[in-house]
Write a protein that binds this ligand. Structure first.
Ligand SMILES: [Zn+2]
Length: 561
């Protein structure tokens, strides 16, 4: 999951001014970073030959073999202490075939798969069937004690089907009428807004099914994306209990289907959606009963994380690591499509992997005096598109202690166009890594701005999030939107165009006008950030009040004893 670019909060007038001066002062990417290399590797990985790089497919074999070959060619060490460049990631593929219908006072309201709903399961079971479970509307389904918010209010939803709104509650400040930044991050999406959170909290309350109502604005992507990622084979990490503690159906309803359901129950969806905006909201029984079945095809898949290592120069610090990540996987081939069936994933994330390889090459050519004191890990993970599974597996089965892992720096997407005068940090304000990033951007003659679309929750949508979840400070930055020599809105238009036309579509392919000069500029940025952390005396830390800080503190305290 990704988007090409995102940043506009900086003052445009200032930026144009900077653009004029920056083109004078701005440092081109050192010769050793080659935009040509980045383009070439992106073209290779995004070619039809790699078949859209789906985990557990021939495309995986080609991709993994290519990455191992490139890391070897670059002279990097095997990243797995077992002497290999591979980490087995044990997955199970689940292809769900759901049916769903509601019964309202004896009248049946059947739901059409794809047109009205998607209803996959993450339970590893060939057949699930539930009859007549009560349907309850639980608003946003959020339990956030820090905001005095509990949408469940102790109401028993065990064995019931809960219907939820997407994103987190857009609470406004009555004085300003604006989104209140003190509650749910204001414009920024918090983890409470993510679909994964919705299924987790529904399971925690014992519900048997959770149906999220899809709305393009609040979700930040069209229903087509939901269909694309949830109505095909999905993967889970193989666990002994087969995810029995998950809700049986992890579904979405279209806005139209939800409105019809509420109306059939004599309820007004938009009125109840308004009611859900208050912290005094209480769950509402719709008076409907849901019945569903899910027949699933199951297959075990051993996918691979690919990992290489650049050992640190300082014997005292060499067992400490900075981990760069970039997922190699994408959506593969969809044989049901007419014409082009391959999701080439050029921007997402062939380009990011190409940047990871160029980074590895750059580290390898650093003069001795500039080499990192701590070790650098280059981790290209699998199954990001399937729920951040490769990075979750690594976070749960780290090859090097997390207490000796200073930071994760994630690469998802890259700037295929020209250089910019600005950078953007996703989740700005989370950790002291922001300061490192800002200092490096300034050293490049650029500015650092918070992301433009905090409402999209990008901090929760790529691999750094799995490192953050286990407490490791995790950084995710990308090119800004102010391109040298381009009109101020050039970058923003690129984002909108990409999200609307190419994101997770077969059209995400390398374009003739892609030069990757911007990506080369950003590769130098990522290198300098990693070097400063690898050579620094201070360890990166989460800021006070950050949702991941407690986990890090607990982990590091435990390591001391
Ligand atoms: Zn991605």
């Amino acid at each position: 999951m990704n988007s090409l670019l995102s940043a506009r909060n900086a003052n445009p007038l200032l930026l144009i001014l900077l653009a004029c001066t920056a083109s004078l002062a701005f440092a081109e990417a050192p010769a050793t970073i080659s935009s040509t290399n980045i383009l070439a590797r992106t073209q290779t990985l995004a070619s039809d030959n790699f078949e859209g790089r789906a985990p557990g497919s021939p495309g995986e074999e080609k991709t993994v073999a290519y990455l191992v070959r490139e890391f070897k060619k670059l002279g990097l060490q095997p990243g797995n202490p077992d002497g290999t460049y591979l980490q087995d990631v044990t997955l199970v593929g689940i292809t769900s075939h759901p049916t769903l219908s509601f019964n309202i006072g004896g009248t049946s309201l059947p739901m059409r798969p794809i047109n009205d709903f998607v209803g996959p399961t993450s339970r590893v079971s060939p057949r699930l069937a539930v009859k007549d479970s009560d349907v309850v509307f639980v608003g946003y389904g959020v339990v956030a004690h820090e905001f005095g918010w509990d949408d469940f209010k102790g109401v028993d939803v065990r064995g019931k089907t809960v219907v939820m709104l997407v994103n987190d509650p857009p609470v406004t400040d009555p004085k300003t009428g604006q989104l209140d930044p003190k509650i749910f991050g204001g414009k920024a999406m918090t983890y409470y807004g993510r679909w994964t959170y919705k299924y987790e909290i529904a399971a925690a309350h014992g519900a048997v099914a959770c149906l999220i109502v899809h709305e393009t604005g609040p979700a930040a992507y069209p229903f087509a994306v939901v269909i694309g990622s949830r109505s095909r084979e999905n993967f889970e990490i193989r666990t002994p209990d087969g995810n029995r503690d998950h809700v049986a159906m992890e579904g979405w309803l279209t806005l139209d289907a939800a409105t019809r359901l509420f109306a059939a129950c004599g309820k007004d969806f938009s009125a109840l959606k308004k009611a859900a905006l208050g912290s005094d909201f209480r769950p509402i029984a719709l008076g409907a009963k849901a019945s569903f079945t899910i027949d699933s095809e199951l297959r075990n898949v051993d996918s691979k994380n690919v990992v290489a290592r650049f050992p640190g120069s300082d014997p005292k610090l060499r067992d400490e690591h900075v981990v760069y990540t970039a997922h190699w996987d994408h959506l593969g081939r969809n044989t049901q499509l007419e014409g082009d069936q391959i999701y080439n994933g050029a921007a997402d994330n062939a380009a990011g992997v190409a940047v990871l390889l160029e980074l590895a090459q750059r580290f390898h050519t650093l003069p001795a005096a500039e080499q990192p004191r701590r070790s650098i890990l280059f981790l290209s993970v699998t199954a990001e598109e399937k729920g951040l599974l490769g990075s979750r597996f690594y976070a749960q089965h780290p090859l090097y202690p997390l207490t000796k892992t200073l930071a994760n720096i994630n690469i998802d997407g890259a700037n295929p166009f020209g250089p910019t005068t600005d950078m953007a940090t996703i989740g700005f304000g989370a950790s002291t890594l922001d300061d490192v990033g800002t200092a490096v951007a300034v050293s490049q003659g650029r500015t650092m701005a918070p992301e433009t679309h905090p409402e999209a929750g990008y901090y929760y949508r790529s691999d750094h999030f799995e490192f953050a979840k286990v407490g490791v400070p995790a950084y995710y930055a990308k090119s800004g939107t102010h391109f040298i020599g381009k009109p101020p809105d050039f970058g923003e238009k690129l984002i909108e165009d990409y999200i609307a036309n190419d994101y997770h579509k077969v059209t995400d392919e390398v374009r003739p006008n892609w030069t990757f000069e911007g990506a080369a500029q950003d590769t130098e940025f990522l290198l300098q950030v990693g070097l400063r952390v690898a050579n620094g005396d201070a360890w990166p830390e989460w800021r006070a009040g950050n949702e991941f800080k407690a986990r890090r503190d607990t982990m590091m305290d435990a390591a001391k004893h």
